[in-house]
Design a binder for this molecule. Sequence first.
Ligand code: AMP
Length: 177
Amino acid sequence: MPTTVTRAEIASAIRNIPDFPQPGIQFKDITPLLADARRFAGAIELLTERFAPGSIDAVVGIDARGFIFAAAAATKLRAGFIPVRKKGKLPFTTIEQEYALEYGHATVAMHTDALKPGARVLLIDDLLATGGTAGAAAALVQKLGANILEAVFLIELTFLNGREKLTGFPVRSLVVY
Ligand code: AMP
């Protein structure tokens, strides 16, 4: 039975924490959503709504809150789950991608055998802000020759224009600020 949850119901379970983890950041806390069985299941339904089970080979999730949504989406779509992690965390051989932060840069990594060329990929993270993280994750997927069918986010901070860094595949989000 599909769980019918509206985007407004999802938005109402996202808590805003001002000035966390530093002054000026409006942190979007998803833990109330995760704790609500109906809303959490509904969020997974909406994140995966464009795809039938079997039509995606792998759901790629981004460290760390993206893992929660990507893993649940993967079981629903009967797809594998592939983690993109911060550099230095994955145990096997990796490919890496650097991206710019407001001050400095960061690097994400993926196992070299994570995706087969031509694999059909759904990319998921909890939140799209500047797009640096998701853009780097997408670059890793593409380096392995896999195809991103869609990048989907629970939350998008539209004023940061992160979408501009994500080209060549559809980008969708459930709740926008
Ligand atoms: P960005 O690379 O700027 O698009 O940042 C996206 C990543 O940072 C995601 O993995 C988010 O979990 C995290 N993030 C950025 N801004 C926020 C925010 N305001 N609230 C919660 N998480 C955030």
